[in-house]
Design a protein around this ligand. Structure first.
Ligand SMILES: O=C(O)CCC(=O)C(=O)O
Length: 95
């Protein structure tokens, strides 16, 4: 899949990838081109765990694997800062 973020108004809200059993033990590889955007993760039920912020810079590779999709939601937040475009490629199974 390809996500194109034209500027800071383009974003992806909290979500988990896949549904049901497909969330178990999956691997998703995510590559960034262009502007650095924060990739945020929050646990679905553990309020004692802090939100995780990972700045995804040009050329970075993020792997979400194991129980990540079952246990964590992720998002790319909006920003009011002037920001260059970003392209994100994700490699995943589509069944
Ligand atoms: O743009 C990103 O790094 C994340 C994209 C995303 O959350 C998704 O494709 O499910």
């Amino acid at each position: 899949m390809l996500n194109y973020y034209r500027d800071g108004k383009d974003s992806v809200d909290w979500h988990q990838d896949y549904k049901g059993a497909q969330r178990h033990h999956t691997v998703i590889a995510s590559v960034t081109f262009g502007a650095t955007r924060p990739f945020q993760l929050k646990h679905v039920s553990r309020t004692d765990l802090k939100r995780v912020d990972i700045p995804l810079a040009n050329g970075s590779l993020l792997l979400m694997q194991g129980a990540t999709q079952e246990n964590w939601k992720h998002k790319i937040p909006k920003t009011k800062k002037p920001i260059a475009p970003r392209i994100n490629l994700t490699f995943r199974w589509i069944g």
